[in-house]
Design a protein around this ligand. Structure first.
Ligand code: MD6
Ligand code: FE
Length: 197
């Protein structure tokens, strides 16, 4: 795992936030439900040729937004370039960003321990960008019951799960409200960029 603290300048963070707002105008945030029907504790949308969704039919990638029925908008240049540049630096020069999942957490948002394994190709890195309020991120091992450690993710941090950490269980324990002024009304955005196949 690679944690690049405060990697993005305030200017870059502001620009990424702006393009995320444009994505959400075309592809509105929605609250997904788990296969059990239980709602997630955050809202999400996607951009790219594919988008990750969850509903009572399961976790999967789709070409279209589940409520508008329109295709996802392309990954904005700034995000695409950043991801390709980071992938290149960790030894993945052929990395092809196919999707960017955008999660929005309000102050009570959280995300249970999970493994990201919906991708057909589980080798390429997952690159995560955090914006807004701080979050306590948990990361463990490749088995759910392995011990976890807490990592504080702040606005502008990049986290990369690659190599041995690609299938590590992880989650968001807590958002710490009032720790960033990037989002006018508080909350946290997390972007995860992936190559799916
Ligand atoms: C979050 N992140 O930071 C949730 N998944 O809000 C993830 O679930 C995640 O940060 C795969 C790779 C990196 C991540
Ligand atoms: Fe994840």
């Amino acid at each position: 795992m690679l944690h690049l603290q405060q990697h993005l300048t305030l200017e870059q963070q502001t620009e990424i936030l702006k393009v995320c707002r444009e994505v959400a105008r075309q592809s509105p945030l929605f609250t997904p439900v788990m296969p059990s029907g239980k709602p997630f504790n955050y809202q999400m949308t996607n951009c790219g040729e594919l988008g990750w969704i969850s509903d009572t039919k399961g976790y999967r990638y789709t070409k279209k937004h589940p409520t508008t029925g329109r295709v996802w908008t392309p990954i904005p240049e700034i995000i695409n370039n950043l991801a390709k540049d980071l992938a290149n630096q960790i030894g993945e020069p052929d990395y092809h960003p196919q999707t960017c999942l955008i999660n929005f957490y309000k102050s009570a948002g959280k995300l249970g321990l999970h493994q990201d394994n919906s991708e057909k190709n589980l080798k390429p890195a997952i690159i995560s960008i955090s914006l807004g309020d701080d979050a306590i991120f948990l990361i463990g091992g490749n088995k759910r019951n392995a011990p976890t450690q807490e990592i504080l993710l702040k606005s502008g941090d990049i986290l990369i799960l690659h190599g041995d950490s690609r299938l590590a269980f992880h989650g968001i324990k807590k958002i710490i409200p009032g720790t960033s002024s990037l989002l006018k009304n508080g909350g946290r955005l997390n972007l995860t960029i992936r190559q799916v196949y």
